[in-house]
Design a protein around this ligand. Sequence first.
Ligand SMILES: Cc1ncc(COP(=O)(O)O)c(C=O)c1O
Length: 406
Amino acid sequence: MDYEDLRARYGSPFYLYDLKILRHSCSMLRQALPNPAILFYSLKANPHPLLVQELLNLGCWAEVSSLGELHVVLEAGGDKADILYTGPGKSRAELQRAVEMGVRWFSVESLTELEKLRSVAIDGNPPLQAIMRINPDQEYTGAGLAMTGTPSQFGTDEQALLRELKKLHLSENVQIAGFHIFNGTNTGNFETLSDSFLSSIQVMARLARECGIKLKFVDLGGGFGYPYAVEGSPSNFGGLKVRLESALDDLMPGWRSEEPSIAFESGRYLAAASGTLVSTVMDIKESKGSRFIILDSGIHHLGGMAGLGRIPRVQYDILPVSEMPADRHEPAKVVGPLCTPLDFFNKSARMPALRPGDLVYVPNVGAYGITASLLGFLSREMPVEIVVDGDEIKQVSQLTLNRIEK
Ligand SMILES: Cc1ncc(COP(=O)(O)O)c(C=O)c1O
């Protein structure tokens, strides 16, 4: 794709997503997983309708954490039976709406939430399927962001579940189908990820015995890491398949005939490589010995959540679109156009002799890019999103933020 041509047509900055790359990432991840296994696409990484549709067409199920994400899946033609609704703090109204819209599978974060789900189940319909999200006793270190084994708003502590066992088996209209453990996101190390899954399989097999539950569905979560806003490729997770298949054979022997079904979730691994943020250099200035390169894109378009610690604050790779001699790269601070010193992409970059008007790009931002940013901050226009399939442009669209009177 010719970035100059796209800028001439659609303006700058823009996000570019390539479906061809998305398909490749999906196939790589599938090959690394036990077979059969369900692979959920976590829409939080990128709810762009065309990316979602492509992944659903590739056989992914949808993991949604809001009614907004649910709408995207249904509009993309997603099968209601293949949706898992997750996330802490679900309201009764939200659960009720999701059930009315046809969702049957819920990751249940607490016993209070289980009660809420029971209260919205519709009599006479097939029972809703709850998978209890567990916060295991053991902490898992090594994830970019660990979410279990420590005090956490996610899931129910193993011990709390065992103490309240009777509450699990109270009603017919919600069945306890199994468990969900999500140990953390962005794990780049194969051994750590593999150990985390093995430990979850053990915890779930034991809990199923202790709780008297016949496992129908086991969601082992994910955490498949991918470089974020820097060049590079992911670790090779290929060895997971053999290790996990053998553990499943031992501890959940029916899994090959989907008793239980085994599921994994991924947002970032699936979507990251497909996305690139392309931006224009607006100004270059020297200030007290430092060179500042000011772009027309900043934390309102990329990585705004880094400020919240959701994504580690890495120094992004800002790459010139035109070839430039590498020996003339000099230190620079690459910043955005917002009125805050927090708006920077890289404070210790080495950049070539760019000029205003030059194009640069940030790679690997198909996940946690635009919708994980500070979109409303400073009320600037949003970047255009261009979806291509190799050389063919599929769709050009722009998000907007509207105020409506209530
Ligand atoms: C329950 C759950 N599933 C899936 C994901 C997606 O993680 P990732 O995009 O790192 O694959 C997250 C991320 O926080 C999560 O909390």
